[in-house]
Design a protein around this ligand. Structure first.
Ligand code: ZN
Ligand code: ZN
Length: 568
């Protein structure tokens, strides 16, 4: 069992004990252990009780519970609590901002045991009348329910790509040609249908083959003779496998990979892209755009009409690719909450062919992530100096930090410490519930700070889990232009923040964008692939990609920027 699996069970136990109003002292023992162990690097599953009790927040009784979980894979006490809790009440745990106490009240006072009943109670105004709730809480619950509804049956692009890969492996041996199409091909950041095209001239036997593939769970009602619909075992999202004749597969691949608004675009030929796609004798994608009298658009950009506006100013070959990336700037190491050392991360960057590795561990305020105080900053920088001395001229580690933007917009170090970094990524991590005015002002203050080099994950959103705080994107981007601050495209598939829809506006204001993996592990560095995908979707050119700068250019840029601080 992994640490996070163990921590999840402890946390759930604590929450259920609170829900069932059990002994407050014991309840707190579970929740505080879960809180303290969340970022622990100790190997929980393999520690004996007398070692476990030495960890912060772990008392003797919890230590025995951890052993029980590690040895048996379950916790009897938790199973008993679960047996007394309706499934719908557990669902309420997924509502952001609704605490356990309030969930208990809704259950006991209004008898609510499902999300549907909760929604109804809110709509009828009954929730607002409970003591301690009020209209504002009721509205918040309704908004959160709506958000949950929208996320249902969707996965992030990393999981969708993984599923498409599994399906390709499973199906390719059986058919002449299998193609990933739809949302996965155009690199949508959230996917509700994983779609593949299967070439066949014999749909009946193809369908028989599909029904024999293990892990494919058919939905008979939604399927038809040419379309297998259902799910891949273990994934809560639709799978669609379409059977297409050999002479139609190119045409269908084009049509099914583009979103509807893109296909409706009418070119100089007078017909829509969709009409042309259906009638063109040459079904290659290049030929279809040409015949429609429209510029060629890469698959990632086939979302709407934006791509055609972009194409009046740019060509497809200006778009950034993975091979254009020269380095990486927002990463974590074991100094804060990363899993690998600075040296290991840097070595992997060299393996990937990158020429610089920027470390931006968490700052002092982020105590939950083992953030660095000024003294540990100096120690880390000494370690980096020593490593750099061994690299020669072809590779370099840059000394950065991910400095927390505090509530008033200031950064969380004194000027002397801030001046010791090669660059600063400024990010919001705490107090995420803010009005648009408050959030925008907070970010503007951070952007105006002369030490801020890059604005990190500007909205704090977590795809399919948490909406970002609202910000005035134009004001933020304009300020970045005025203060020469680079904006991050956080490439973690959980974030992809700033949203791709704002990339073009930023480029037009002269603001560069940095594809930052926010890597906490070696493999996290590869998340830059997702950043490249959404960057391309938003029209990001290699010229405006900050970490496409060569090592020399990056060094010069960062040095000049530091010199500039003195003049301000
Ligand atoms: Zn961050
Ligand atoms: Zn980070």
């Amino acid at each position: 069992m992994t640490n996070s699996e163990i921590v999840d069970l402890l946390e759930l136990t604590g929450r259920l004990m609170e829900l069932h109003e059990q002994d407050a002292f014991r309840t707190r023992a579970f929740s505080s252990a879960a809180f303290n162990l969340d970022k622990s690097t100790a190997d929980l599953a393999n520690l004996p009780v007398d070692e476990l009790i030495k960890l912060p927040g772990v008392g003797k009784s919890v230590a025995y519970k951890i052993r029980e979980i590690a040895d048996t894979g379950r916790l009897t006490e938790l199973d008993e609590l679960l047996a007394q809790t309706p499934a719908g009440v557990l669902d309420m745990f997924r509502i952001k901002g609704l605490g356990v106490k309030k969930i208990g009240t809704l259950w006991r006072e209004l008898g609510i045991v499902s999300l549907g009943e909760l929604q109804q109670a809110c709509e009828e105004g009954r929730v607002a009348t409970i003591k301690g709730f009020g209209k504002a809480t009721q509205d918040k619950i309704l908004a959160a329910l709506e958000f949950l509804q929208e996320q249902k049956g969707k996965v992030r692009m990393d999981k969708a790509a993984q599923m498409a890969g599994l399906l390709l492996d499973e199906l390719t041996p059986h058919f002449d040609r299998v193609e990933v199409s739809g949302q996965v091909r155009r690199k949508a950041q959230e996917v509700d249908t994983v779609q593949l095209l299967i070439q066949t001239s014999d749909p009946i036997s193809a369908m028989l083959t599909l029904n024999g593939v293990p892990n494919l769970l058919p939905n008979e009602v939604e399927s038809s003779p040419f379309a297998w619909r259902g799910q891949l075992d273990g994934f809560d999202v639709r799978v669609e496998l379409l059977l297409v004749a050999p002479d139609q597969i190119d045409r269908q691949l084009f049509i099914l990979s583009a979103a509807e608004p893109h296909l409706q675009q009418v070119g100089s030929g007078g017909a829509s892209l969709l009409q042309v796609a259906y009638t063109s004798p040459d079904t290659s994608e290049v030929a279809i755009y040409e015949r429609a009298g429209l510029p060629y658009i890469v698959p990632e950009m086939r979302e709407d009409e934006f791509a055609f506006r972009w194409a009046t100013r740019h060509r497809a070959d200006e778009l950034v690719t993975w091979d254009d990336l020269r380095g990486t700037l927002h990463n974590h190491s074991t100094w804060s909450d990363g899993k690998q050392s600075v040296a290991e991360m840097a070595a992997y960057c060299r393996e990937l062919g990158l020429t610089y590795f920027g470390i931006a561990d968490h700052s002092v305020t982020a105590s939950y992530a083992n953030g660095l105080d000024a003294e540990r900053v100096r120690a880390q920088q000494a370690e980096i100096d020593a490593l750099n001395a061994g690299f020669g001229t072809g590779f370099r580690i840059f000394k950065g930090i991910e400095s927390d933007i505090l509530g008033d917009g200031s950064l969380d170090y004194d000027d002397e410490t801030l001046a010791s970094f090669d660059y600063v990524v400024a990010s919001v991590h705490q107090t995420l519930t803010m009005s648009i005015e408050k959030a925008t002002t907070r970010l503007l203050r951070a952007i105006e700070n002369p030490y801020t080099t890059i604005l990190g994950h500007p909205t704090g959103r977590l795809l399919l889990a948490r909406e970002g705080y609202p910000i005035d994107h134009r004001a933020i981007i304009d300020a970045c232009a005025a203060h020469q601050v680079v904006i991050e495209i956080n490439a973690s598939p959980y974030r992809l923040d700033i949203d791709w829809r704002w990339i073009d506006y930023a480029m037009e204001q002269g603001v560069m964008l940095s594809i930052n993996p926010d890597a906490h592990t070696l493999s996290g560095l590869l998340d830059m692939h997702y950043g490249v995908a959404v960057g391309r979707k938003g029209g990001l050119t290699r010229q405006m990609t900050f970490n496409a700068l060569s090592l020399d250019d990056m060094q010069t840029y960062l040095q000049n920027r530091k010199l500039g601080i003195g003049k301000k």
